[in-house]
Write a protein that binds this ligand. Structure first.
Ligand code: ACO
Length: 277
């Protein structure tokens, strides 16, 4: 199937990697109601798109995302409860529900600016790589609101608590290297290498068993809010379900390759898919 086209976003699929771009460069990819609707539709489609093995979320132009569009999202809907409700619902849906439940790995690839509401999709992605000189900011305080939607929750979930408090209350900006230090992104790389590094990570993920990757990422997210007994029970059921759903795991190819064939070292790399499976 050809790439779908949208007014506010762009999709490029190549070699299993789907680059999903916010595409309002003139507005620094501020999120308008139209962009939210486009993203919600695209992520619904891509979740089951066979060509999409890994999703990389980027921004066209100088910014990754300048947060909610103050003109179109806030002012534009303030006297229209139906439009506000729709925008709010689409905004939450794609930035949190669709991304956190996306069945394939997701990578936020951040350059330029990432402000305010952009933190939700940043935290919703499984991995994040930033340009060293990217500028992150919880700018809400500068214009008199709190980090709303889910942003305050995202901060305390993802960042060390002192840093969440500091950056939310002061609105101070920080760069990609600092974002690594405080737990917000995995790596910071020179801007010129950002796409190359995101692609490397995506290619590494593509080599792994997709069911194991999916179940693992779902497990890591789910156990955070469980106690030890709930987690143990959940993980047992999750593993059972993985074995039921994946022939390769069920037939213990990894175990055979290590114990019988002695053809690989599981500590050092993924076992390869068996052609006949
Ligand atoms: N909402 C609406 N329009 C925006 C936004 C935004 N969040 N961010 C940028 N734009 C628009 C500007 O109004 C401008 O439009 P215009 O050309 O029609 O005047 C255009 O994008 C370019 O913006 P500039 O400010 O000229 O670009 P610059 O590169 O100098 O600065 C920056 C970029 C730092 C991102 C600046 O635009 C800014 O501070 N934006 C607001 C960021 C913010 O506070 N976001 C949080 C919003 S609140 C929330 O998400 C809950």
């Amino acid at each position: 199937m050809a790439d779908k086209t949208y007014e506010n976003i762009l999709i490029e699929r190549e070699g299993g990697i789907t680059f999903l771009w916010l595409n309002r460069p003139d507005k620094r990819n501020a999120m308008s109601p139209g962009l939210h609707a486009d993203m919600d539709d695209a992520l619904t489609w891509l979740a089951t798109d066979k060509q999409t093995k890994v999703l990389v979320l980027g921004g066209k132009g100088e910014a990754w995302c300048a947060g909610q569009d103050l003109r179109l999202y806030f002012r534009g809907t303030q006297d229209n409860p139906e439009a506000r409700h729709k925008a709010n619902s689409d905004s939450h849906s794609w930035r949190w529900e669709r991304l956190t439940s996306f069945p394939k790995p997701t990578i936020a690839m951040v350059h330029g600016f990432a402000f305010g509401g952009a933190f939700t999709q940043l935290c919703a992605c499984d991995f994040a790589i930033a340009a060293e000189d990217a500028t992150f900011g919880l700018s809400e305080v500068n214009w008199g609101i709190i980090p709303g939607g889910l942003v305050s929750w995202n901060l305390t979930d993802m960042m060390m608590p002192r840093h969440a408090m500091y950056y939310a209350v002061t609105g101070d900006t920080f760069d990609g290297k600092r974002a690594v230090e405080i737990g917000l992104v995995n790596f910071a790389v020179p801007k010129a290498k950002l796409r190359e590094e995101a692609t490397k990570l995506a290619e590494k993920l593509i080599k792994l068993n997709p069911n194991v990757v999916r179940y693992t990422k779902e497990a890591i997210r789910a156990v955070r809010n469980m106690d030890d007994k709930q987690a143990r029970d959940y993980l047992k059921s999750k593993q059972d379900s993985l074995v039921r759903n994946d022939k390769e795991i069920r037939e213990q190819h990894g175990m055979k390759q290590f114990l019988d064939e002695k053809s690989y070292r599981p500590g050092l790399g993924p076992f390869r898919k068996v052609e006949s499976v």
